[in-house]
Design a protein around this ligand. Sequence first.
Ligand code: NAP
Length: 309
Amino acid sequence: MSEPLKLALVGIGKIARDQHLPAIAAEAGFALAAAVSRNGRVEGVPNFTDIAALIESRLPIDAVSICTPPVGRHRIAAQALSAGWHVMLEKPPGATLAEVHALEAQAQATGRSLFATWHSRHGAGVAGAAAWLLEKQIRRVDIAWREDIRVWHPGQEWILAAGGLGVFDPGINMLSILTAILPGPLRLAGARLAFPAGRGAPITAMLEMIHDEVAHVTADLDFRATGTPRWDIVIETDRGTLTLTEGGARLWIDGVEQPGAAIGEYPALYQRFAELIPAAQSDCDLRPLTLVADAFLLGERTETDTFVF
Ligand code: NAP
């Protein structure tokens, strides 16, 4: 068996600790070789406060996985590609579409892999949902994506700043699932966005989308929903109703639960990254971010009360 690839993890915050570190430890294709974060540290590996310091150290590195907030991620990814490393990006892949297109071009020019991950696409019920929807006619889709920002993103001020995406930070997970499972194209037709006073990103969003120019798709995104979160997608077809609950973890067809995939979301992401690297392939699907960008372009905006974490 070949040597594991030497991986640096960048942005040691909630998702790096909750998901990336355990997934890397379990994936034979990678060995954690360094951590990069201004304040966060990982025991047992060299730590650096900036990607430039890691590059200057000349520590042998093959790939980086970037878990910082979207604003600023382009600079880190571009420096990593320039250093000759393969790059994996947390979702959303960037703060703008153009910066991700630039990274794709850079990866291609340098013969390195760029992997824009969508972890929710690896939820246990998602592959089964996509398979069941093939050959079905979609009649309508209703989505509720409602969670308590204070519980799920404690103190993450960046999320409500410009470029942080606000309620689209979780909402883009839903869009990543929809674009993966619906058989036809999806486009945004309208949106209503509510911004807390003084904040640069919305705290609620109502979306109207059209699937295949036929079926209406509505989505209710709310970051102020207390109690049990709801991450549910209901799809009515000509041959039954499909329901995905718990953010893609559970799949139901006409009320009967279906068996799901056994591998976890983050182990699946690192397996995919390990597959892409030997062929220097990239995987960079920007449809979820395009729908978010269109909601910002087209959405009617209102201002709500100030929000304090
Ligand atoms: P987080 O807890 O705030 O961690 C991000 C880390 O990035 C921070 O701890 C910080 O570490 C570093 N960082 C670098 N520049 C920063 C800046 N300008 N502002 C704030 N932090 C900065 O965020 P997270 O929840 O891990 O989310 C990071 C990314 O993962 C986001 O794109 C998010 O959408 C995605 N994600 C999150 C979750 C989740 O449940 N939380 C799930 C899936 C994906 P230093 O201070 O040490 O530099």
